[in-house]
Write a protein that binds this ligand. Sequence first.
Ligand code: ATP
Ligand code: MG
Length: 157
Amino acid sequence: MTILSHSVAETHRLAAKLAAQAKPGEVIALFGDLGNGKTTFVQGFCAACGVTSPITSPTFTLMHIYRGRQWPIYHFDFYRLQSVAEAQALGCEEYFDGDGVALVEWPERALALLPPQHWQVRLRIPDFSGAPNEREIKIHRASNEETKAPPLAEVAA
Ligand SMILES: Nc1ncnc2c1ncn2[C@@H]1O[C@H](COP(=O)(O)OP(=O)(O)OP(=O)(O)O)[C@@H](O)[C@H]1O
Ligand SMILES: [Mg+2]
């Protein structure tokens, strides 16, 4: 599914739709450059799940946990991740297969850790100078096959 969002509110509404379908143990990988709206998407997702605490990017801590109405939300930001091993040390694989839903900004940094099946959300600004509030947002279910993540053994070698 691809939509063109014209505002933060519209991006929040789309994230809320995904939240309505998401189930514990699922992982949502958010791709897109700086400022494309990954955290904004997470904010809409969390609001739809009943999170009342402020949602900010976990840039330095790498992960925030929010209490949703039905399950916890694990919000990762791998922008500053140095290695896949660092993400493993954080225990992210347990969170990815856990009792809540994990949302991951900058998943490119640790693609090999994503479970075989996950959601991909790809955000793009089609025309920054002409329409700075527009975001093209593609959502689909994906497998690691498509993302070309090498198997972990290869990453470690
Ligand atoms: N339609 C839109 N959808 C989402 N964000 C929008 C939209 N229009 C404008 N914005 C603005 O774009 C910015 C997106 O910032 P956000 O922090 O969500 O990006 P990010 O992808 O998480 O960046 P980073 O990689 O730095 O974490 C916000 O300032 C938001 O207000
Ligand atoms: Mg962000």
